[in-house]
Design a protein around this ligand. Structure first.
Ligand code: NDP
Length: 254
């Protein structure tokens, strides 16, 4: 899957929303989707980062993107409904969503997880996806075929000590995707998960401060499966959870 070769026009004229588009994997997905013709809607918390990605997209000759400044921590149902209406009015369609934004939270013993910390992680990693999916589904169904891509993790499939609220949130994400995939079958909207695997980003560095980042693949090196899941080449895929890099670590010499 890592070596998937996307056609240059794979996402031509498609309108694709990416959460957490200002940094890390989301930033790279925005650049890659834009490079394959998509009109990218950049959603995130830090507007300066989104503006930088906006400028990069224009500089590389991609279609003009749009910015949605939104802190998933505080966003309510109404924020998502308003966003859906704005997208409908401005673009008239929505062909895909990459649910990528995520919060690592504090890693540590389960017995020590603070209630506030738990709530924060669940709000950003789970509840925001629930509310956003509900709000966007009418537009997605009207634009079918459409692709929902949720972001999982190795600790969302097999629990791991000290990964508490983050790991639980990723199990929840896998479950949400499976439920949606079954319920949406036949609507032309499909739902799948991607586990990026160890990738050289700020979040990974926070989780593994002693690790050599050079041993990890960069976001640019794992874009094959992100393009595959968003484009029509994967149209038969629904309810699947893909590992972007089953071999995990970057081969030596890269
Ligand atoms: P980064 O921390 O580099 O980027 C996360 C993005 O999410 C940032 O753009 C950030 O915005 C955004 N974000 C965080 N909180 C909020 C919020 N409250 N509202 C809006 N946006 C928010 O993480 P990665 O790129 O590494 O991770 C991307 C996804 O991949 C996550 O879901 C993560 O769990 C998953 N993942 C990553 C792995 C890795 O090795 N990197 C491995 C397995 C899974 P801002 O910069 O403005 O805070």
């Amino acid at each position: 899957m890592l070596d998937y070769q996307a056609a240059p026009d794979l996402l031509k004229d498609k309108v694709i929303l990416i959460t957490g588009a200002g940094d890390g994997i989301g930033r790279q997905a925005a650049l890659s989707y834009g490079a394959h013709g998509a009109i990218v809607i950049l959603l995130g918390k830090t507007v300066k980062k989104l503006e930088a990605v906006y400028d990069e997209l224009l500089a590389q000759g991609s279609p003009e993107p749009a910015i949605v400044p939104l802190d998933l921590q505080g966003a309510s149902r109404q924020h998502y409904l308003d966003m859906a209406e704005t997208l409908r009015q401005q673009f008239g369609r929505l062909d895909g969503v990459l649910f990528n934004a995520g919060l690592l939270g504090v890693l540590g013993p389960f017995e020590m997880i603070g209630e506030d910390e738990w709530d924060k992680v669940m709000q950003v990693n789970v509840k925001s996806q629930f509310l956003m999916t509900q709000a966007l589904l009418p537009l997605l169904k009207a634009s079918a075929p459409a692709s929902l891509v949720y972001t999982s993790s190795g600790v969302g499939k097999q629990g791991r000590a000290y990964w508490g609220s983050y790991a639980v949130s990723k199990f929840a994400t896998e479950g949400m995707m499976q439920i949606l995939a079954q319920e949406l079958a036949g609507t032309g909207v499909r739902a799948n998960c991607i586990n990026p695997g160890a990738t050289r980003t700020g979040m990974r560095a926070r989780a593994y401060p002693g690790e050599d980042p050079a041993a990890l693949r960069t976001p640019a090196e794992i874009m094959g499966p992100y393009l595959y899941l968003m484009g029509d080449d994967s149209r038969a895929l629904n309810g699947e959870s893909l590992d972007a890099q089953p071999d995990r670590l970057r081969p030596r010499g890269h």
